[in-house]
Design a protein around this ligand. Sequence first.
Ligand SMILES: [Zn+2]
Length: 123
Amino acid sequence: MNQQRDEYWMRHALGLARLAWEQGEVPVGAVLVQDERVIGEGWNRPIGQHDPTAHAEMMALRQGGKVLENYRLLNTTLYVTLEPCVMCAGAMVHSRITRLVYGAHDVKTGAAGSLLDVLGIPA
Ligand SMILES: [Zn+2]
């Protein structure tokens, strides 16, 4: 059951990654879910936005904060198509998301276990 939900939301994130691809960005998508409801979405946009922090995860976390009117994104799951970088993993620690599900490992810059494990550092 839980795995089916994870697959459903990961498919949603993949759809967002496609938007990034269509805009000439590195294709990464992210969706933030609370109680089976989308509270944040994002896709990679650093090139188009001229913003080095415009990663899919950052966009989804920012939107989630606005929706919840709280920087603490408690009881949420973030689905990302690719393992997060150091910046995004750090933002996840600050935002206190409950759970991260990512699609593919990123052996070059992944900060959720591949290169580093930012999420595993005791807060
Ligand atoms: Zn990132």
